[in-house]
Every structure is written in C-alpha cells, then in structure tokens.
Design a protein around this ligand. Structure first.
Ligand code: SF4
Ligand code: MG
Length: 320
C-alpha cells in the first residue's frame, strides 16, 4: 500500500504564560519529535494516557494548529506549504470526527444542514442534488433520510456520532482523524459505532488515524498501533504483534489494563507508581524512567532511540 501520510520529527510546544505582561515562562512539550507514516487504506491507532500528545498530533496532521518543528506530508506534499487553493483541497480530503458528539454539532442547525454545510463550503452539488446527497449520507451511517429536519438534541449520543461521521464523509475525504470517537458513548453503543467505521472504511477506501486512551478499543480497529508517552512515541508495530508481544514496558502496562475475555483467568495488572510527570518539565533520559518497573541506571541519563527492531519500532534501552 502507498503512503498517504508521513510525519517527520513533529513537535508542538505550547508557551506557558505567566508573570508580568504574560511573558512565556516555559513550554509544554505536547508533541516532542515523533515520526511515523500511515498507509493508504489502513487504520493507524494512536494510544496513550491523556496529555501524551495524541490529540495534538491529530490537530497537527490536519493543520488545524501549526507545528513548532517538523513536517506533515500528505500524499508526499508538505501541508505547511499549502496556499489557499491547495489548503482548501487538503481540508476536503482530511476530515475529523470529534470525541464529543454533544459539543461538536451546532444545536441550532437541523441535521440535514449540518451535513450539507461542508458541501456548501466546498461548492459540491446544489439544490435538489445536495439534498439527495445528504439523504444518501444519512442512510450510509444507518440513520434514515427522514431525520434531516430534526435537531441534534433529539438524538442519542450514538446517533449524534453517526451524524458527525456523515458530516465528515460528505466531502468524500481520504483521511479521517478519529479523536476518541467512542470514548463519550455507553459501552453498549461503542461497538456499533466502531463496526460502522470499519464498514465505511471498507466501502469507501478510507484511511483512519484513530486516537484512543486505551488499547481495548483500539486493538479491534487498528492495523498498526503507535503508543505515545509524554509527547514521544515509544512503540509502533502491527496491532496483533503489539498485543501478543509488547516490547516496551509502557505498552505492557497499557495491555495489562485490558480485562481478559475469559472470566476467572487471572492476569497481573501492572500498576504504575507515581503520577504522569508534567510535559512542561519531562524527566531526563527515558521519559518513562520515573514510573518504569524495569528502570536501570542508564535510563535516567540517556534517552533511548526510537529504532527499528525486526520490522517494528521501539524506544527502550532494554529491548535489543
Ligand atoms: Fe524503562 Fe529504561 Fe526502557 Fe525507559 S529505557 S522504558 S526506563 S527500561
Ligand atoms: Mg484528547
């Protein structure tokens, strides 16, 4: 498969303002030098605790915020260099589905208008053609066209997320950043939305960058999984390999938090010591060393390189 998206040494530092005149007094290193690529048609899962930089990565990929350093290449082209027409074209081909289907839909707009809005912005179809497209999109996400005149508050959380997905699909994107699209939903609804996303991907040939805070959701949907900790990527591998044989101690911790399907089978849950350190002042050496159960002397002194080991990538001194 060809590469749709390539991320090169991407960084995003947010200034911390304080003191007199609100001068910057430091930086939150939300994303601190990550590199990976996403193949056309695949789902790349990005996983890590809140504050690890995964949502910021999603916003950087879509150029909704500007990076401090590094590059995002979409179909081989640097998105930072796009001028107006190219940027508009890029905005069409790279969409987002947000975590909160309650906050992301305008409560004053009818659902049909919400879905038609991106079509209007991109001058796609008009009049009855546009109405037909909206109806088709409503069917595609499992809602009927009869819902077009209703308002967001009349729908359940799962239905609202279907509306958010229809809006993202309206302009026929290639890439969709799914930022925790099921985290705000009841567990019973989560698998319905995940199944819908999988079906749509197969039908429409979509590529997903799928962000989640735990491995339980992401392992079902991802072809490959990248694990982030404090602004760094610590492991990247094929999903089933990462689940079967996690190499990085942090990945093992995340994995131990997933309940096993068989009841009565005991698994050792790894409980990390201490809190997540501040991304404004990350630990020296390996950023995980203050909490890592396998920490050695070298770990606080030297940062492990993110390097390739038999087809996968990992950043840990102990993994040879
Ligand atoms: Fe743990 Fe050291 Fe590996 Fe970091 S480099 S994950 S502290 S063993
Ligand atoms: Mg987030």
């Amino acid at each position: 498969n060809s590469t749709l998206l390539e991320i090169r040494n991407l960084k995003k530092y947010f200034p911390i303002r304080g003191g007199l005149f609100g001068r910057p007094v430091g930086h939150v290193r939300a994303v601190d030098g990550i590199s990976f690529s996403v193949r056309s048609g695949e789902t790349l899962g990005l996983v890590g605790e809140s504050g690890c930089g995964k949502s910021t990565t999603g916003l950087l990929v879509l150029r909704l915020i500007e990076p401090t350093a590094g590059e995002v290449l979409f179909q081989g082209q640097d998105v930072a260099k796009f001028k107006k027409p190219e940027l508009k074209n890029f905005r069409r081909h790279a969409q987002i589905v947000f975590q909160d289907p309650y906050a992301s839909l305008n409560p004053r707009m009818a659902v049909g208008d919400i879905i038609a809005e991106p079509l209007m912005l991109h001058n796609i179809a008009a009049g009855p053609d546009r109405t037909k497209r909206v109806e088709k999109l409503l069917r595609l996400v499992g809602l009927g066209p009869q819902h077009a005149g209703r308002y967001p508050h009349e729908f359940s959380g799962g239905q609202r997320q279907r509306i958010g997905i229809a809006r993202a699909l309206a302009v026929e994107p290639k890439l969709i950043v799914c930022d925790e699209p099921v985290s705000a939903l009841d567990v019973s609804i989560q698998s319905q939305i995940l199944n819908l996303l999988v079906e749509l991907q197969q039908e429409l040939g979509l590529t997903y960058l799928f962000i989640a805070h735990g491995l339980n959701v992401i392992k079902h949907i991802s072809d490959r999984i990248g694990v982030m900790y404090l602004g760094k990527m610590v492991e990247l591998a094929e999903g089933d390999e990462l689940i079967k044989n996690p190499l990085h101690p942090y990945t093992r911790t995340l994995l131990s938090a997933i309940p096993l399907p068989e009841p009565g089978v005991k698994k050792n849950r790894i409980i990390l010591q201490g809190d997540v350190p501040s991304p404004a002042n990350p630990p020296s050496g390996c950023r995980f060393h203050t909490r890592c159960p396998a920490c050695q002397n070298i770990c606080s002194r030297q940062e492990p390189e993110f390097r390739e080991i038999s087809g996968r990538f990992v950043a840990c001194h102990l993994v040879k």
